[in-house]
Ligand binder design. Structure first.
Ligand code: GDP
Ligand code: GDP
Length: 437
């Protein structure tokens, strides 16, 4: 299911990133603990009262070549209006209501999207009265919060989840594989889509007012149904900010959320850059199956080890995604293109693979016998029981005597053993450790 998107908008220094960190709790810290993950701090996923959503701090989106503050807040607001389901409009009780707050409010007001007005830096009782002037913005009751003290965050979260749209499942049947092609501009995404569908097919019509659902492209191949997610979004270009990295990442996020399998398209001619890593990081964090597609292989000057060397580069850059297969192909010459969908199908199957509990426990017992958990201050981790609790992605719970004793390296060891026994190619595996003696 696609998580709804919440965007935080507001002037610089009102406390957006402070609140962003408060809203995601300890989630970012957990993700950043894992070695090899590159990410920026503008996007994360969160949950409140059992309702998941993704959240973006648009203040972190620098608009290239724009030093005029108001102009860049405007663009950030425009982005939020276009991409978010709920907008958190943040103002500052300390500096009071300003002209640019009013300008942004006008834009948000016209958008018709749900807007939650929150006034930050309400650090003490005296400032509580300062929020009243913000009623004039026309978004109802302002929610007074303090990023410094953490007060009001629960109210803000309540307001957010009360405004979230119902989760939609895109109305595609369970057996349809939802595929997103993700990558920087010009890596060849649209060309790949055309090549996959066959040249005679037009990707999408430019009919004005096409809805989000109409921008997907369904097709069937060898008895398997697929849908290419957000194929229209790929072609939507032109505005200056759409070429900036953070913007394309934000677009990509949406498509990733809706996909089962994410094709991370890399330009074989240019190699890997940070933007590729951010995009891949989201696919990983969102728990989607992934594969690397190195496109434009036709123009790469090759010798007998070029492929191995390129693959090694990918492995070095994406340490956290060793599970994702790498394919080298060309949308232009169609070289190896026929191998793509079978691999997509395979990783989609692995993404939904459910392993029987007794088989899983056999593998883990063997792993523990070969390489017992190390002791920590005289205490040893004891694993009592392992079970798979979910698919998409496969999620495994390990019941132990004390979760504190489970170290990252041992968890990685168990994951490798599980992968060696059951494949799980192309899909991340989530492992949770719980106490049960
Ligand atoms: P952003 O530019 O909107 O993302 O703002 P930041 O989150 O970077 O915060 C700007 C400044 O305001 C920083 O110095 C924060 O420490 C400070 N700040 C954030 N929240 C509060 C708050 O609730 N009270 C006060 N007094 N300062 C805050
Ligand atoms: P997108 O922005 O990622 O959708 O990229 P496009 O599909 O628009 O392709 C960008 C440019 O790369 C176009 O000029 C394509 O003709 C070219 N291109 C795409 N795939 C290949 C390929 O496999 N080989 C070569 N040589 N050029 C390609």
């Amino acid at each position: 299911m696609a998580r709804p998107v919440v965007a935080i908008v507001g002037r610089p220094n009102v406390g957006k990133s402070t609140i962003f960190n408060r809203l995601i709790g300890d989630r970012l810290a957990i993700v950043e603990d894992k070695p090899g993950i590159t990410r920026d701090r503008i996007y994360s996923v969160s949950e409140w009262n059992g309702k998941p959503f993704s959240i973006i701090d648009t203040g972190g989106i620098e608009i290239d070549g724009d030093d005029e503050i108001l102009k860049s807040i405007r663009m950030q607001a425009e982005l939020a209006i276009e991409e978010a389901d709920v907008i958190v409009f943040m103002c500052d009780a300390k500096s009071g209501l300003t002209q640019s707050d009013e300008e942004v409010a006008q834009m948000l007001y016209r958008s018709g999207k749900p807007v939650i007005l929150s006034v930050n830096k309400v650090d003490n009782m005296k400032r509580v009265d300062d929020i009243y002037e913000f009623y004039s913005l026309g978004f109802g009751d302002p929610i007074g919060i303090s990023g410094s003290h953490g007060t009001g965050i629960g109210d803000l979260l309540d307001a957010i989840v009360n405004n979230l749209p119902e989760l939609t499942d895109d109305q595609y049947d369970e057996d349809v594989i939802r595929v997103a092609l993700i990558g920087r501009p010009n890596v060849g995404k649209s060309s790949l889509v055309n090549a996959i569908l066959g040249e005679e097919r037009v990707i999408v019509s430019d009919i004005a007012g096409t809805t989000r659902d109409a921008i997907d492209t369904p097709f069937e191949r060898d008895g398997q149904r697929y849908v290419l997610i957000d194929t229209a979004g790929m072609r939507k270009r032109g505005k200056v900010y759409e070429t900036t990295e953070k913007y394309s990442v934000m677009r990509a996020m949406r498509a990733i959320e809706r996909a089962d399998v994410v094709l991370i398209v890399i330009n074989g001619e240019e190699g890997i850059i940070d933007q590729d890593k951010h995009i891949a990081g989201y696919a990983y964090e969102a728990g989607k199956a992934s594969l690397f597609v190195v496109n434009k292989w036709d123009v790469v000057e090759k010798h007998d080890k070029t492929m191995q060397e390129f693959e090694k580069k990918i492995r070095d850059h994406f340490l956290f995604m060793t599970y994702a297969p790498v394919m080298f192909l060309s949308a232009k010459t169609k070289q190896r293109l026929h191998k793509l969908l079978p691999v997509v199908q395979h990783v989609a199957e692995q993404h939904t693979l459910r392993v029987q509990t007794h088989l899983l426990n056999d593998v883990v017992s063997d792993a523990v016998a070969i390489n017992p958990p190390p002791t920590d201050k005289g205490r040893r981790l004891r694993i009592n029981y392992v079970t798979q609790v979910a698919v998409k992605p496969p999620t495994i719970v390990v019941f132990v005597n004390d979760p504190e004793l489970m170290h990252f390296s041992y968890e990685r060891y168990l994951e490798n053993k599980i992968r060696a026994a059951f494949d799980f190619e192309g899909t991340p595996i989530r492992i949770f450790t719980r106490r049960k003696s």
